[in-house]
Design a protein around this ligand. Structure first.
Ligand code: E4P
Length: 231
């Protein structure tokens, strides 16, 4: 499973890159607006930080012509940019054109298996079901993901399933168990994946015991020049 960070914040992205398990970024107009910087400059900077990972950048036009203009512009900025278009009729028309041109498109704001089926048939590179937002309206986000995985497997669609709007580690683990290709998550959820209270407690115990016996144990790394008869 690939991990994407759902953020446009450069500090968060740098921290995640340093951990070595990040495969890409998803942004949306809300996330980008929070950063208060020129869009092109900001996206290009993210591309450099996360390369060779992909960066998903979204169009804001709502008509097909406008989406196509913006998509061509975005795709031309950097080879690692994937263009996000919303799951609307104009969005699918734009997808149809872009897919034939070889532009990679992420169909976003997907809330039903029917929408995911349409996105795959029209040539989406990624499809983004929003799990958390479905949970918010008392429907099952993971249930939707299960349906999409089943439909895509039945027809061997090449479209990659990008589980989005993830709110906690259980979303990520369940999505991985179902075989979703990608999970995109906020930095907070990404950090939570690394942590367990028993890891912290266990380490604390080990270090206390080591400290008590330190005089006998010595140092793992002796100060320079201190080792007798050493190499
Ligand atoms: C994905 O591409 C979206 O930006 C994102 O997952 C939306 O998540 P939210 O529901 O936390 O805003």
């Amino acid at each position: 499973m690939k991990f994407f960070l759902d953020t446009a914040n450069r500090d968060e992205i740098r921290q995640a890159v340093a951990l070595g398990v990040l495969d890409g970024i998803t942004t949306n107009p809300t996330l980008v607006a929070k950063e208060k910087r020129p869009f092109r400059e900001h996206i290009l900077e993210i591309c450099e930080i996360v390369k060779p990972g992909v960066v998903n950048a979204e169009v804001v036009s709502t008509d097909t012509e406008g989406m196509l203009r913006e998509a061509h512009e975005l795709a031309g900025w950097h080879p690692n940019i994937v263009v996000k278009v919303p799951m609307t009729l104009p969005g699918v028309q734009a997808l149809h054109v872009l897919a034939r041109e070889g532009v990679r498109v992420n169909v976003t704001l997907v809330f039903s298996a029917a929408q995911a089926l349409i996105a795959a048939k029209a040539g989406a590179y990624f499809v983004s079901p929003f799990l958390g937002r479905l949970d918010d309206v008392a429907q099952s986000g993971l249930g939707l993901l299960r349906e999409i995985v089943e439909v895509y497997r039945a027809y061997n669609f090449p479209t990659q399933i990008l589980a989005a709007s993830l709110r906690h580690p259980i979303h990520v683990v369940e999505a991985a168990k179902m075989g979703a290709h990608i999970a995109t998550m906020p930095f907070k959820v990404f950090e939570q994946l690394f942590k367990h209270p028993l890891t912290d407690r266990g380490l604390e115990g080990f270090l206390k015991d080591w400290e008590k016996a330190r005089e006998v144990l010595g140092e793992i790394v002796e100060p320079a020049g201190a080792r007798k008869g050493g190499r």
